[in-house]
Write a protein of this length. Structure first.
Length: 304
């Protein structure tokens, strides 16, 4: 399987002592997918924009070392990556502080024809992955172009996969609902954090939430519930899968992103939803025992 992700990656300051790393929701998922690639037989490309500085060059080197295809990355002359700081509470729950107003990816669709659009039209891909943050960081014209990418992917027979990842700091709920609702008919598999959906639709019960997405045409949904069992809806079937307990939670950063990677790696390889959810939970359980979004590869050896 050949998978493209689109979104934003930033420099990350996290841990104790504070250490410079990197992360971003769809990038986190794509990186973990790339690590799982040899086991499941897929390759991963990532589309974003960086600057032309040494920090951007360092990000590219790190992604290539992880096996990510970076040919769809654009470059903004004079640009530098965005930055975020992660602080954690005693329970490992993370809190973010951002400096991303001039992140180069916000202008990814400013030109007439992007590497992502060219590749979707020309190359053979099996899945296209984006998130609510992917939409939120773009200006309206860029969002339209991203929706067109999803539409083109669907028309070419690709799986179109969406993670809701709603962040109120990026846009108000009403604006997010408008764009999520426009995107929903193009989605084949949705990975939804329950808390984020409740923030967007506060009066909606779980059954209504699932019915809304499936009514739009999305046949497979995974409702992520943190440490609680996830809920999976596939056509008319409904079932849940609980995670194994984790003794020590250090940092919940990228818990949902890594779950998504495990679930997608297994599902895109043809495994059953329950097995996919077990792999997602297992990977997330490893990631939350390490600081920052990206756990060391050695920590994942049991899954690789």
């Amino acid at each position: 399987m050949n998978i493209i992700g689109f979104g934003e990656c930033m420099l990350e300051i996290s841990g104790a002592p504070l250490t410079l790393r990197f992360g971003g929701d769809t990038l986190n998922t794509c990186l973990y997918l790339a690590r799982l690639g040899p086991r499941h037989g897929h390759r991963v490309a990532y589309a974003t924009a960086l600057g032309d500085d040494e920090l951007s060059a360092g990000l590219l080197r790190a992604w290539r070392e992880e096996g990510i295809d970076c040919r769809l990355v654009g470059h903004q002359p004079g640009g530098t990556p965005g930055l975020y700081l992660v602080t954690t509470g005693p329970d490992g729950e993370r809190h973010f502080h951002y400096w991303r107003a001039n992140s180069p990816v916000r202008g990814y669709f400013a030109g007439p024809d992007t590497p992502l659009e060219q590749s979707l039209a020309r190359d053979r891909w099996d899945a296209f992955y984006l998130s609510g943050i992917s939409l939120a960081i773009l200006p309206p014209a860029g969002r339209e172009r991203l929706l067109d990418c999803a539409r083109q992917a669907r028309e070419r027979g690709m799986a179109v996969i969406f993670d809701n990842n709603y962040r109120i700091r990026l846009w108000p709920a009403g604006e997010a609902r408008h764009w999520h609702d426009r995107l929903a008919p193009l989605i084949t598999l949705a990975l939804l954090t329950e808390e984020d959906e409740q923030a967007l639709y506060p009066d909606e019960a779980t059954d209504a939430l699932l019915a809304r997405w499936q009514g739009a045409g999305c046949r497979e949904l995974v409702l992520k519930r943190g440490a609680a069992p996830c809920l999976i809806a596939l056509d008319e079937a409904r079932f849940s899968q609980a995670p194994a307990p984790v003794d020590s939670v250090l940092d919940t950063c990228a818990a949902g992103d890594s779950f998504a990677a495990g679930y997608l790696a297994a599902r895109l390889a043809g495994e059953a939803p329950a097995a996919a959810a077990r792999l997602g939970h297992a990977l997330a359980g490893i990631v939350i025992q390490h600081p920052g979004a990206i756990a060391p590869r050695d920590a994942m050896l049991s899954l690789l």
